[in-house]
Design a protein around this ligand. Structure first.
Ligand code: FAS
Ligand code: PHB
Length: 391
């Protein structure tokens, strides 16, 4: 087989890259190790920045998002038993975020790819990358007992944190930076109306909690939990009771509970691999970086990487290598700002037992300052809605 670009991974990064390349007249094959149903079954992000919305529109997949997505002009911070609204729209001169689940983004991209008759190879086994340090890279995979090979001009490693792409880079050519947080997020999805019209981020002495949503009748909640906690240890009743304890009285009393549709525990880490280009291999999304989900940046960074990469590849085929040569530098400038914001917001909102009472006093002081200072809440707001894409 031959393609101009071989994309590894059919998550949001790989699918969005495939869609943008198709719009640019560049043919790309996607190789995915799992089934489409398995990819859709993963419950992940819920908040899209405007830059991501714009890229999905550019890819021609924005119609259902604009019809079913929810525009949010603010978020609330809950601490000391009180909620404080951060007016994102006013503080950023009119910007907002779109609440629309990653599952639906992925579904829209899959449907568009199928409708365009573009090939995605699902359930590919033993995917391997070859000769990406030269001009004729190749991707191999096995399926139904046979070995297949894709000859291509470029490989896009969109295969997530545990993928094969980053692992295929010689150790001496890559530098990684990592911070693992001493807790995880226990997430629950339920067919219940959201507890509040906007997201609530709660800093409570028992631990962090987040009230989010997927629509006006489907909610997504998270609780900070011990790093070694087990989802089996949490009945739905135990989850709801703990969530109530970590919210203000009004939210606790108005919370509508119901059976969980999904429950899972995600570890939290900050991770960046540098650079993001190795010859004709380009890393994008979680394959190159991970942020704690507190700042809702993971999916949005994947989208901005892919925005840069699709433009750079289109420029290459039009005769310019400038975009490819500056890809890694452009992505990493944005990535590190999002890593910093996600680390800061995680440090502010979660309980860190090792910091003791002094640490909790600092958190309380910063929260009090944040919600009473236009300057401080503007910093939160402009990072939360997403920094502009810069060339
Ligand atoms: P993905 O991991 O989504 O996709 C990579 C794809 O590559 C997968 O389909 C995988 O099966 C495939 N793959 C892996 N190895 C392969 C191989 N060897 N060969 C072929 N295919 C291979 N972000 C937020 O903003 N908010 C959240 O609340 C949030 N929650 C999260 C919860 C969890 C448990 C995780 C893991 C992440 C969460 N994230 C969240 C971040 C998440 O949304 C990612 O940023 C987003 O999925 C990134 O998309 P991709 O880069 O496409 O990677
Ligand atoms: C979600 O809805 O899954 C979500 C929203 C905001 C976050 C993290 C997760 O910061």
């Amino acid at each position: 087989m031959r393609a101009q670009v071989a994309i590894i991974g059919a998550g949001p990064a790989g699918l969005l890259l495939g869609a943008l390349l198709h719009r640019a007249g560049i043919d790309a094959l996607i190789v995915e190790q799992r089934s489409a149903d398995h990819v859709l079954g993963r419950i992940r992000a819920g908040v899209l920045e405007q830059t991501t919305v714009d890229l999905l529109d550019a890819a021609g997949v924005g119609e259902r998002m604009h019809r079913e997505g929810l525009l949010h002009d603010g978020i609330e911070l809950c601490f000391g038993g009180t909620r404080h609204r951060i007016d994102l729209k006013t503080l950023t001169g009119g910007k907002h975020v779109m609440v629309y689940g990653q599952t639906e983004v992925t579904r829209d991209l899959m449907h568009a790819r199928d409708a365009a008759g573009l090939k995605t190879i699902y359930e590919a086994e033993h995917v391997s990358l070859h000769d990406f340090d030269g001009a004729h890279p190749r991707v191999r995979y096995q399926q139904a007992g046979a070995t297949h090979e894709i000859e291509c001009d470029f490989i896009a490693g969109c295969d997530g944190f545990h993928g094969v792409s980053r692992a295929s880079v010689p150790a001496g050519a890559i530098q990684v930076h990592e911070k693992v947080y001493p807790f995880g997020w226990l997430g629950l999805l339920s067919e219940t109306p959201p507890v509040s019209p906007e997201l609530i981020y709660s800093n409570h002495e028992r631990g962090f909690a987040l009230c989010s949503m997927r629509s006006l009748h489907r909610s997504r909640y998270y609780l900070q939990c011990p790093i070694d906690d087990k989802v089996e240890a949490w009945s739905d009743e135990a989850f709801w009771a703990e969530l109530r304890r970590r919210l203000d009285r009004e939210a606790a009393e108005s919370l509508v509970t119901g059976p969980s549709l999904e429950k899972s525990i995600a570890p939290l880490r900050s991770f960046v691999a540098e650079p993001m280009r190795f010859g004709r291999l380009f890393l994008a999304g979680d394959a190159a970086h991970i942020v704690p989900p507190t700042g809702a940046k993971g999916l949005n960074l994947a989208a901005s990487d892919v925005g840069y990469l699709s433009r750079a590849l289109a420029a290459f085929y039009a005769g310019s290598e400038e975009g490819l040569n500056h890809y890694s530098e452009r992505c990493l400038r944005r990535v590190w700002k999002a890593v910093r914001f996600s680390w800061w917001f995680t440090s502010l909102m979660h309980r860190f037992p090792e910091t003791g009472v002094f640490g909790q006093k600092l958190q309380a002081a910063e929260l009090d300052y944040l919600v009473h200072s236009t300057a401080a809440s503007t910093v939160l707001a402009e990072n939360y809605v997403g920094l502009p894409l810069r060339d």
